[in-house]
Design a protein around this ligand. Structure first.
Ligand SMILES: Cc1cc2nc3c(=O)[nH]c(=O)nc-3n(C[C@H](O)[C@H](O)[C@H](O)COP(=O)(O)OP(=O)(O)OC[C@H]3O[C@@H](n4cnc5c(N)ncnc54)[C@H](O)[C@@H]3O)c2cc1C
Length: 401
């Protein structure tokens, strides 16, 4: 029997697009894989916290040459009373979360090396120009599968004029700075300080770190740069130069709405940020993007790609639940002491536990009944628990209808 050979176009060649290419390249039925990436890899600029909590998802040796700079043991959450405090005030609570395969990376290098490996394995690349709307339709006509990994908002949403499905929800600023990070090089720090969001200092080495600050929800400062500067001063990391700081909006949605992650009539599938699946509580999206691309590849291998939106929903459900509840701990209570108690109750769990495994988080909270009782003794929080366990988070109306 002759199997039909199929062609795949991947729009966007960052982590999610590269992961899609890796998986598709393993399939016998795939003939050509072509990645369309608007940047050149040797000039590519990627600006994010650069923390990858499960580096095993990336098929590269974990070497400095491949961009894996700092092999961290985990992350330290430090909870403070608020932003109006001196730099020597002690945290209300400290919690060390494990992350065995975690790295702080140079993502430009990781992506360049990953792309180069794929090119050696026969994947073709068209780099340096954006796919335009008319080219998008030509690609849709020419290829059997189209995987949109163009980030947020996706090219598919732009072309279809549905960008309003993304509702920018988090604002984040970050930069790479020089300084002395010896004290916590193995244990990057995340600072919670009474607002919905956090600032961070993620050492890439004992002399360099990616630092930043982000806000979720409505309460944001008038002047982001000044807020970053003050966070740096309070939390003891260097103040970045203004020209090195990038400002981003991180989307909340349209993920898990089946119409936003899959267009069956054109065989278009969205992965990673294009599908809007970055974590809604802490903004992490690298592992989420890679996992969504691998899931899609596995389904295509089995000829079950029609199930992609349902399977993505199932795989992301726990993470959505937890993000909804974790965010509630802040939004509904606005009580740093309670959050410090919650953080300390989570001591020793992994980042994956606290983002994707509600049962581990809940069983840990039950060992701290006073904090657990405080947490749920609030109507807003009870509503969140009901919403979380009836899959009624903000974009699931179609699913739960
Ligand atoms: C400040 C900040 C800090 C963050 N920190 C972390 C962190 O520490 N850890 C973590 O896991 N996540 C972090 N995230 C989230 C993470 O950056 C994203 O979730 C991740 O980059 C998603 O990867 P992606 O491949 O899906 O999309 P993207 O990284 O957005 O890549 C999209 C690609 O598509 C290309 N492209 C776009 N349009 C076109 C077009 N028309 N034609 C051709 N190519 C196109 C772009 O050039 C780009 O390479 C952070 C985000 C921000 C904003």
């Amino acid at each position: 029997m002759v199997t039909k050979q199929q062609d795949v176009a991947i729009l966007g060649g960052a982590v999610s697009g590269l992961a899609a290419a890796t998986k598709m390249n393993e399939l016998d039925q795939i003939d050509e894989i072509r990645i369309f990436e608007r940047q050149e890899y040797d000039k590519k600029r990627v600006d994010c916290g650069e923390a990858i909590n499960d580096s095993t998802l990336i098929p590269l040796a974990k070497t400095e040459e491949n961009g894996f700079l700092n092999d961290v043991d985990g992350f330290q959450l430090r909870v403070y009373t608020g932003t109006d405090r001196s730099s020597n005030e002690l945290p209300l609570g400290v919690s060390n979360l494990r992350c065995e395969a975690g790295y702080i990376c140079d993502r430009d290098v990781v992506e360049a090396q990953w792309a180069s490996t794929l090119a050696d394995e026969g994947v073709s690349f068209e780099t340096g120009t954006s796919v335009t709307v008319s080219e998008y339709w030509e690609i849709v006509n020419d290829y059997d599968y189209i995987i949109d990994a163009t980030g947020q908002p996706s090219l598919t949403h732009k072309v279809r004029d549905t960008v309003e499905d993304y509702t920018g929800d988090m604002i984040a600023l970050n930069a790479t700075v020089s300084g002395d990070f010896d004290e916590y090089v193995d244990q990057p720090r995340i600072f919670f300080e009474g607002y919905v969001g956090y600032s961070w200092s993620f050492p890439k080495s004992s002399q360099h770190a990616n630092v930043g600050i982000g806000w979720a929800g409505e309460q944001r400062p008038d002047d982001y740069m000044t807020a970053l500067k003050r966070a740096a001063e309070r939390n003891g990391f260097p103040v970045p130069d203004r020209q090195d700081v990038n400002v981003y909006t991180i989307p909340r949605g349209p993920s898990l709405n089946p119409n936003d992650v899959q267009i069956p009539e054109d065989n278009i599938f969205l992965v990673g940020d294009a599908a809007g699946i970055a974590n809604r509580y802490q903004g992490e999206g690298i592992c989420q993007g890679i996992r969504s691309a691998y899931l899609l590849g596995e389904l295509i291998a089995d000829g079950r790609e029609a199930e992609y939106s349902d399977r993505l929903f199932d795989e992301m459900k726990s993470e959505y639940r937890l993000a909804h509840l974790m965010r509630g701990a802040w939004v509904e209570h606005e009580d740093p002491a309670l959050l410090a108690g919650v953080a300390e109750a989570l001591e020793g769990l992994t980042i994956d536990d606290i983002t994707r495994r509600p049962t581990r988080v809940i069983s840990r909270m039950l060992r701290h009944p006073t904090i657990a009782m405080q947490l749920v003794s609030d109507t807003g929080m009870i509503k969140r628990i009901i919403d979380a366990y009836t899959d009624s988070w903000e974009y699931s109306s179609l699913k739960s209808a």
